[in-house]
Design a protein around this ligand. Structure first.
Ligand code: GDP
Length: 451
């Protein structure tokens, strides 16, 4: 196809919509929605469970599963058919591009959900942080038969990262209940894992009331969307436990975006897509503040280039506008791909975010903090840096200026500096979550104070 035929050439004009007013009207009619990340140890059944959710809510057709099933059986891996659903991102299929943070949508009568997943590199911490930073809540999958490995390693790290990016609600799926030994759906196995996970989450700082734990089987589909069917399960499961889907619906955080809709527009880019004829260049992310509409001009930082929004999608549907809290894809024109990278910020050109080589943040110490080298993660942005200075330990009794060390569990204001002297700095959004890591571990987390 001729490049001149692309809509890139057409001028888009803003409709000049009064977005805050339209949003206030729409919101009252809209179903509640939430995006979640799926965390937990490898092989505990995360992908299978998500495939099951998508199948049983009708987001994926049975004939697609049958196709995967056939292919999987030929490879001698028939139990992986459901997991393949998650590894086939709709955007990747349509556009032939790879994405770092894939979105899968499903709906019920009362709510809309988005699964945020890092295909291909689920174990890659920067992507995990990027996905979690866009989420409203977390789903933790724990194999009912792996009490020992369940609360160690990857699970422990994921839980800490979920906490670090500010997630409050956790739904725990105690999975593979069909396979508990010596009999399937053994209640004592569920209770042991439930109690262990609960105590781990609460000592990690999650509120007792913010954690729901459900027994389920992703592979068999029991107690995920459908109520348990096997007789052994039904007796005790149905009595006192919601399905995974009901637990998700109950955990949707109350909306917070209304406050920020009228602020200047800010969105960190999670993914850049190129290639489709219809939409040659698009960026996806979660709007942190403000709103945008088709035809708006936006500024990209750090490149300093502007672009026009020729179309935008919310949950894969074309829309006229989008607001803070929504996960969107903006289809752009009048800009080249080289000016757009994940971790960049798009913003209101009249009230832009500024580039910072250093900034202050209020962080809680996971390990004792000294002036030291750290990797600075802010959503999809990650860059080497340093804790330049310990400014002040917070808290009335211990609070004091210029401490020599911030002890484990203490909160402190610190000054952070990016190491890359050649760069002109990074775009920071006030109030964004920051995670500090050193030697492969999270050492502190908190909030950017870019004011
Ligand atoms: P992930 O690494 O956490 O995404 O785990 P997968 O979804 O890839 O599953 C790992 C293995 O556990 C696969 O062989 C699955 O078929 C199996 N599995 C997943 N869910 C269940 C379940 O509910 N019951 C049983 N018995 N096996 C399961």
């Amino acid at each position: 196809l001729d490049a001149d035929a692309t809509p890139q050439q057409a001028k888009v004009r803003s409709k000049g919509l009064d977005v805050p007013r339209l949003w206030a009207e729409e919101k009252s009619k809209r179903k509640p929605s939430a995006a979640f990340v799926v965390i937990g140890h490898v092989d505990h059944g995360k992908s299978t469970l998500m495939g099951r959710l998508l199948l049983d809510t009708g987001a994926v057709a049975q004939r697609d599963i049958d196709k995967y099933q056939k292919a999987a059986t030929e490879l001698g891996k028939s139990s992986f058919a459901l997991a393949w659903v998650l590894d086939t991102d709709p955007q990747e299929r349509e556009r032939g591009v790879t994405v770092d943070i894939a979105q899968h949508h499903f709906s019920t009568d009362t709510a809309d959900f988005t699964i945020l997943d890092a295909p291909g590199h689920r174990d890659f911490v920067p992507n995990m942080i990027g996905g979690a930073a866009m989420a409203d809540m977390a789903v933790l999958v724990v194999d009912a038969n792996q009490l020992d490995s369940g609360m160690k390693g990857q699970t422990r790290e994921h839980v800490l990262l979920a906490k670090a990016v500010g997630l409050k609600k956790v739904v725990v799926a105690v999975n593979k209940m069909d396979d508990t030994k010596p009999t399937a759906w053994r209640e004592a196995a569920f209770e042991a894992v439930r109690d262990e996970v609960r105590s781990f989450l609460t000592t990690s700082g999650f509120g007792e009331e913010d954690v729901l734990v459900v027994p389920c089987s992703g592979l068999g589909g029991e107690n995920v969307v459908k109520a348990p069917s096997s007789m052994g399960a039904a007796a005790w499961v149905a009595k006192c436990n919601p399905t995974l889907l009901q637990a998700l619906e109950r955990s949707i955080p109350s909306e917070t975006e209304s406050k920020t809709v009228t602020q200047p527009f800010r969105m960190q880019i999670a993914d850049v897509f190129r290639g489709s004829i219809q939409n040659p260049l698009s960026v996806a992310g979660r709007i942190v503040a403000g709103h945008v509409q088709v035809g708006d001009s936006i500024l990209v930082q750090p490149s300093g280039e502007t672009a026009a929004i020729r179309a935008l999608d919310v949950i894969d549907e074309p829309r006229d506008f989008a607001v803070a809290g929504q996960i969107v894809t903006l289809h752009l024109q009048d800009i080249e791909a080289q000016h757009l990278r994940s971790g960049d910020v798009v913003c209101d050109p009249k009230r832009p975010v500024h580039l910072r080589k250093s900034f202050e943040a209020v962080v809680e110490a996971v390990d004792p903090l000294l002036p030291q080298a750290v990797d600075i993660h802010i959503g999809r942005l990650h860059a080497p840096g340093r804790i330049e200075r310990l400014v002040e330990v917070m808290g009335s009794e211990t609070g004091r200026k210029k401490p020599r060390i911030v002890r484990q569990g203490q909160k402190a204001k610190v000054k952070l500096t990016f190491e890359d002297a050649a760069s002109s700095g990074f775009p920071l959004v006030d109030g964004e979550k920051v995670v500090l890591r050193a030697a492969g571990a999270t050492v502190g987390y908190g909030v950017v104070d870019a004011a």
